[in-house]
Design a protein around this ligand. Structure first.
Ligand code: FES
Ligand code: FE2
Length: 419
């Protein structure tokens, strides 16, 4: 249906209309202030509620060591994570059941976590197992636990109903487990709603302009013909299971991206970018000798093809609050010849590009917040983000909104029925 809507004529109007046409029925209940129609329309374009029944990236696995508890905020919920003696991670609500001191200020003792306000000790299943100065422990003294899984060098946390926490729903980030000659990880925090960061990653046509001085190549207006960004644009996006995909072949000088080491010869570059709910990007670039794109008839290269160079990036967008988001990124490189220091230089450029994204998106967020009733425009390259927003709206509309009753430790806690 969306493909029919995104035609050449009346594009701006039709994209917005197409988005509204596919609105899930009870979505309005989840977007907050719906009493002001102007505000509501704008809100839907810029900011989505949080999805709860989904695996979120809590961090790179290397960010959680045995030195002590680590506090995080994910979809407005303070969480504390720590490792047990066997290295397995535990995730609890970061709020002591007594006077609500952050448990992330506490101390790990064996497999347990002690609150360092008045000394209550909690087991990994959220039960209070010790109260200094008294023998009897009320059953209500428990904290909520969260399902947590370490996979593909990533820590995943399930923020919704734990009975629905299906590990097979974790996106396949097996690329991170492959052998890479060079592999880098990082993250930065945005003062912006997560939806805007997702939007940015769903249309890489911005690379030629926003990243002109870092990872992009300048697009100079030709004497004739349309000005065209060269990166796979969101206009080519197609739906995949729980996400959208953009893939393309690029040949000639424009295939020469900065993530390619200098000694890798020019050729045909295959690029695939998947973006999956709630905000997981899986990107792979593979350079092949000239002619492979034609032999493949523009389809993906088969496993029998030997690439000259592979690079990949896994990224994740984790909402902290409505205006704060943690953005995780990685970069892997594998090539026949990489000069000393070359991969570090590529990584440096990539990080500068991520800062360019941050500066732009935070500025957009500030404009949104000062003009809460105005509408944004639409172009063909928005196709990917419209598809993804509609998917998110559908998933969000299918959830039961949290209430004080169903979001309490009593509801999710280990001994709920016995309390
Ligand atoms: S607040 Fe944690 S022991 Fe009192
Ligand atoms: Fe960017």
């Amino acid at each position: 249906m969306l493909g029919e809507v995104l035609t050449e004529s009346g594009l701006t109007h039709d994209i917005v209309k197409g988005s509204n046409m596919e609105q899930p029925e009870n979505f309005e209940e989840r977007i907050g202030n719906t009493s002001d129609p102007g505000r509501r329309e704008q809100h839907e374009q810029t900011e989505l509620p949080f999805l709860r029944n989904i695996w979120y990236v809590a961090g790179w696995a290397s960010q959680f060591d045995a030195s002590g508890p680590a506090g995080r905020t994910i979809i407005d919920e303070p969480i504390v994570l720590y490792r047990k003696r066997d290295g397995k991670l535990v995730a609890l609500a970061d709020r002591c059941a007594h006077r609500w001191a952050p448990l992330s200020f506490g101390r790990v003792e064996g497999d347990d976590l002690r609150c360092m306000y008045h000394g209550l000790k909690f087991a990994a299943d959220g039960r209070c197992v010790q109260v200094p100065g008294q023998d009897r422990i009320a059953k209500s003294l428990c904290v909520r636990t969260y399902p947590v899984i370490e996979k593909h060098r990533v820590v995943w946390i399930w923020m919704g109903d734990p009975t629905l926490a299906d590990p097979t729903l974790i996106p396949d980030l097996g690329l991170l487990d492959q052998h890479w000659q060079h592999l880098y990880f990082g993250n930065l925090d945005y003062e912006a709603n997560y939806s805007l960061i997702n939007d940015n990653l769903l249309d890489l046509s911005h690379v030629a302009f926003l990243h002109e001085k870092t990872i992009g190549q300048s697009v100079v207006p030709a004497a004739e013909g349309p000005l065209k960004p060269y990166t796979a644009s969101g206009s080519a996006a197609k739906p995949v299971d729980r996400g959208v995909r953009v893939e393309s072949w690029v040949s000639g000088p424009l295939a020469r991206t900065v993530s390619l080491p200098k000694k890798v010869p020019d050729g045909d570059l295959w690029t695939r970018v998947d973006f999956l709910a709630p905000g997981i990007l899986i990107a792979i670039d593979q350079m092949y000798p000239y002619g492979v794109a034609e032999e493949c008839k523009s389809l993906p290269p088969g496993p029998e093809r030997v690439s000259l160079c592979d690079s990949m990036s896994i990224q994740a967008v984790t909402p902290m609050t409505a205006r704060k988001t943690r953005y995780f990124y990685s970069f892997g490189l594998r090539a026949s010849e990489v000069e000393a220091g070359e991969s570090d230089a590529i990584w440096q450029l990539a990080k500068e590009a991520f800062s360019e994204d941050l500066r732009m998106i935070e500025a957009v967020q500030r404009t949104i917040d000062t003009h809460p009733r105005d509408r944004m425009g639409g172009i063909a390259a928005d196709r990917g983000l419209v598809l993804f927003r509609n998917l998110m709206k559908k998933l969000i509309a299918g959830e039961t909104p949290p209430t004080a009753a169903n979001n309490s430790p009593k509801h999710y806690g280990p001994r709920a029925e016995k309390v």
